[in-house]
Design a protein around this ligand. Structure first.
Ligand SMILES: Nc1nc2c(ncn2[C@@H]2O[C@H](COP(=O)(O)OP(=O)(O)O)[C@@H](O)[C@H]2O)c(=O)[nH]1
Ligand SMILES: [Mg+2]
Length: 293
């Protein structure tokens, strides 16, 4: 198979598109899923945007573990990167992003012009690209910043059209097409976390296997195990067995029963995965700064 077909072909297209967009801009706003800031990061972005000013947005923070998100903010700030936790439905968060772009733009502008002795009278315009892997919330953020439904929610890679700029807050020009990055599917662990948070389709793995991996991941942390226990009214003994059996009990509590009283395990898995990714089990983060450094 030619390396330019299939998934690889899409990756090359996405990479070329983002390279073209990066030429035009001053600041990259990299959108990550707050629940998995490492697994939702594309490893290429560091290289592609190495001489751009960057802001990291930890989006969907309404679904993430607040304590872990504060660790992540510190993690990025300690490395000199501006990092915001965002729930894109909250207009204050959108204001925070605009403010951060202005501050960052000012820095870029001063840096660029520090050699020049004469002050330039024209107010500079900061050009911004919102980038990230699919489903992290890029289009939602662009729409909210633009204040209208201009970006295409759920747009597809490879479909090129004329790029347009959206003028925001006097001196920000936002590219209306997000920079689409490819998720890191080489790392199986990252793939599992991307599926558990709904950033990629859960069908990459067998749903029952994925649900079991999810239960195992939650049970590493006592706090998350307790959330699971409370959500499905589980007994302590329900955790003394392999996760497939725990899933069966969850299925029973969720009413995933077929005739004869047996548990429909596929249905149980789908119910559990839906509860997990939509935050119904609680605020859960799957990437922790201390075990990823
Ligand atoms: N809970 C939550 N959901 C969000 C947030 N931002 C976006 N979403 C949802 O995530 C899904 C993907 O958003 P979209 O903007 O299309 O992502 P894109 O593929 O990166 O452009 C949509 O269902 C959004 O409603 C957020 O801050 N919190
Ligand atoms: Mg989109």
């Amino acid at each position: 198979m030619s390396p330019l077909t299939g998934i690889h072909g899409h990756m090359v297209t996405a990479q070329n598109e983002i390279k073209e967009s990066l030429k035009l801009i001053d600041i990259v706003v990299e959108v990550l899923d707050a629940r998995i800031p490492i697994s939702s990061q594309n490893p290429l972005i560091k290289k592609l945007a190495k001489d751009k000013s960057k802001i990291i947005v930890l989006n969907k923070s309404d679904l993430a573990d607040k304590v872990i998100t504060s660790y992540w903010k510190k993690y990025f700030n300690d490395r000199g990167i501006v990092c915001l936790d965002v729930n894109s439905a909250d207009s204050n968060c959108i204001k925070k992003i605009i403010q951060a772009i202005k501050e960052q733009g000012e820095k870029v502008y001063l840096e660029k012009n520090k050699e020049k002795s004469q002050k330039i009278a024209i107010k500079p315009i900061y050009r911004v690209l919102i980038a990230g892997i699919p489903n992290v919330g890029k289009s939602t953020i662009i729409n909210k910043i633009a204040g209208k439904q201009s970006a295409n929610v759920g747009n597809k890679p490879g479909v090129t059209r004329k790029k347009q700029w959206i003028r925001v807050a006097d001196n920000i020009d936002l590219l209306d097409t997000p920079g689409l990055l490819w998720p890191n599917l080489d790392d199986k662990n990252a793939g599992v976390k991307l599926a558990l948070t709904g950033n990629i389709k859960q069908e990459i793995l067998d749903v029952e296997e994925l649900a079991c991996l999810g239960i195992d991941m939650l049970c590493i942390d006592d706090k998350y195990q307790k959330m699971l226990q409370e959500k499905y009214k589980l007994e302590d003994e329900d955790f003394d067995m392999i996760s497939y059996d725990t899933l069966e009990v969850i299925g029973k509590k969720r009413g995933c029963v077929v005739s004869g009283g047996n548990i429909d395990m596929t249905k149980a898995a789908i119910c559990f995965l839906e509860d997990l990714k939509s935050g119904k089990i609680g605020n859960i983060s799957l990437d922790l700064p201390d075990n990823t450094i």
